[in-house]
Design a protein around this ligand. Structure first.
Ligand SMILES: Cc1cc2nc3c(=O)[nH]c(=O)nc-3n(C[C@H](O)[C@H](O)[C@H](O)COP(=O)(O)O)c2cc1C
Length: 312
């Protein structure tokens, strides 16, 4: 690494580029299926039809892909976070945990993706700690399923984001978990002494004082609120909560009602809303382990769209 380049910062800069998520598949000479999760996929040329993907030289399947005459690109749908996790792992039985069939070129084609491209290996290009696999498309198909996205180390579910925004006009409260230097901003209710997160009637803008951004501005906070973290219902479905996570850029101003809590000093006994407490506990765990997922459900039951072991 060139001395002037900080690899962690470079990783963060590269992670700002929103990509899809693919699973690249092939077969060993004896027919054993192999595959890995990749977001370095890019289209290259329409005529001839060429695509590329970069494989790390430390991947177990690296020699297999370098020797393969064919490979396939499976572009995952937004409900295939688990599949991404399976193929990002080093488990030997990845293909026992996915539904797939064999494509025309012999490579495994994963079922229920948003698109797939069956390719012949066209070229291999050396590129630092990766090799660029260039494939020539021999067969492909696509569906209407929403694609899975990936950005800044988290999965992005576009359909879910749209649903959350669509719901914002109804009985919806929008809140944020705002972090600075490993501490979470919480607001103290002066009467009860309990703690909550900043919330508003919509995401809105800093000029709209009822919106989340407006409330955050009133606290003297500038924040970059970028990712959806949880969506759940309370009050027998009468209220929908949409929580984002974000980073504090400046602030907050001095205010006895505003407190910043480190992960190990959270006032759990004073967070009396059980759904809020569950969500915050999950945040602290996932933040500590540097993995994020999106929670969808009600305040008792729900499903966490978990992030897999991260490449980044
Ligand atoms: C979202 C995501 C994107 C990834 N992108 C790539 C990639 O483009 N190239 C790569 O070599 N590995 C990538 N990885 C990491 C591989 O999936 C991971 O190293 C995997 O264990 C390789 O499998 P193997 O060792 O069985 O070959 C990515 C992982 C994730 C979760």
């Amino acid at each position: 690494m060139t001395a002037a380049i900080d690899p962690r910062e470079l990783r963060k800069a590269l992670g700002a580029f929103v990509t899809g998520v693919t699973v690249i598949t092939t077969r060993e000479a004896d027919g054993t299926p192999r595959g890995f999760t990749a977001n370095s996929f890019t289209s290259v040329s329409l005529d001839p039809p060429l695509i590329l993907v970069c494989i790390g030289k430390t991947a177990f399947s690296y020699p297999v892909f370098c020797a393969a005459k064919n490979f396939a690109v499976n572009i995952l749908a937004e409900d295939q976070v688990d599949t991404s996790g399976v193929f990002a792992s080093k488990e030997p039985d990845k293909f026992d945990r996915a539904r797939w069939r064999t494509g025309a070129g012999g490579s495994p084609i994963i079922e229920d993706t948003t698109a797939w491209l069956d390719c012949e290996t066209h070229d291999l290009v050396e590129a630092g700690d990766h090799v660029i696999l260039i494939g020539r498309v021999i067969d492909f198909d696509h569906s209407n399923a929403n694609p899975l996205g990936f950005c800044r180390g988290s999965y992005v579910q576009f359909g879910l984001e749209r649903d959350a925004v669509a719901a914002a006009g109804q009985q919806t409260r929008v809140g944020a978990i705002l972090e600075s230097d490993g501490k979470i901003l919480m607001l103290k209710d002066p009467q009860s002494g309990t703690y909550v997160l900043p919330t508003g009637s919509s995401l809105g803008s800093a000029d709209d004082e009822k919106s989340l951004y407006g409330k955050v501005r009133a606290l003297g906070v500038g924040a970059d609120i970028s990712f959806l973290f949880a969506v759940y219902e309370s009050d027998n479905g009468n209220c929908q909560w949409v929580y984002y996570r974000g980073e504090i850029v400046y602030g907050p101003k001095e205010d006895p009602a505003v407190r910043m809590f480190g992960f190990d000093e959270m006032p759990w006994d004073k967070i009396t809303d059980s759904a809020l407490q569950t969500m915050l506990r999950r945040y602290v765990t996932e933040r500590t382990e540097n993995r994020f997922g999106i929670y969808v459900g009600d305040n008792e039951r729900g499903q966490i769209h978990a992030l897999s072991e991260s490449y980044f």
